[in-house]
Every structure is written in structure tokens, then in C-alpha cells.
Ligand binder design. Sequence first.
Ligand SMILES: [Zn+2]
Length: 78
Amino acid sequence: MGSSPPGCLRCRRQMEVGYLLDRGMNDKSRVGEWIAGEPDNRWWGLRLPEKTKRYPTVAFRCPDCEMVELRAEKSSRG
Ligand SMILES: [Zn+2]
């Protein structure tokens, strides 16, 4: 189960659940992840540290003011 949508910080409307799309290798669609630390940019792309905290992100969107709130959840499967 994911999180239940929070209320918008601006207008208090109930937000919609969604996620950020990440187009990775071979244009494969994935859910964008939160990665701890500064991005290590290389000429071929980002170098990811071997041991780091990384969590899938959940994006909540307000239908009124269109603000997006990101959460990086420790575990979406319990
Ligand atoms: Zn709002």
C-alpha cells in the first residue's frame, strides 16, 4: 500500500497520488527514486554510489493549485 494523499499545504484540497517517470536504460519506464547525497555527474551520465539510501518517490499533486509534493518512502510494500 502507498501513502494516503495528504491535504495540499496551500489550499487544503486532497491531493492526487502519482509518481515521477524515470526513463532509464533502453528507454525503460521506471518510477523515479530519491537518492541520498549530491549527484555525481559524469560525461556518460550519473554515477550512483554503491551503498546509498535510495527510495522510490511518490508524487502528490493538488488538483487546484497544481503544486506537487514529493515523498521518498522507505517501503511501499510494508
Ligand atoms: Zn493546492
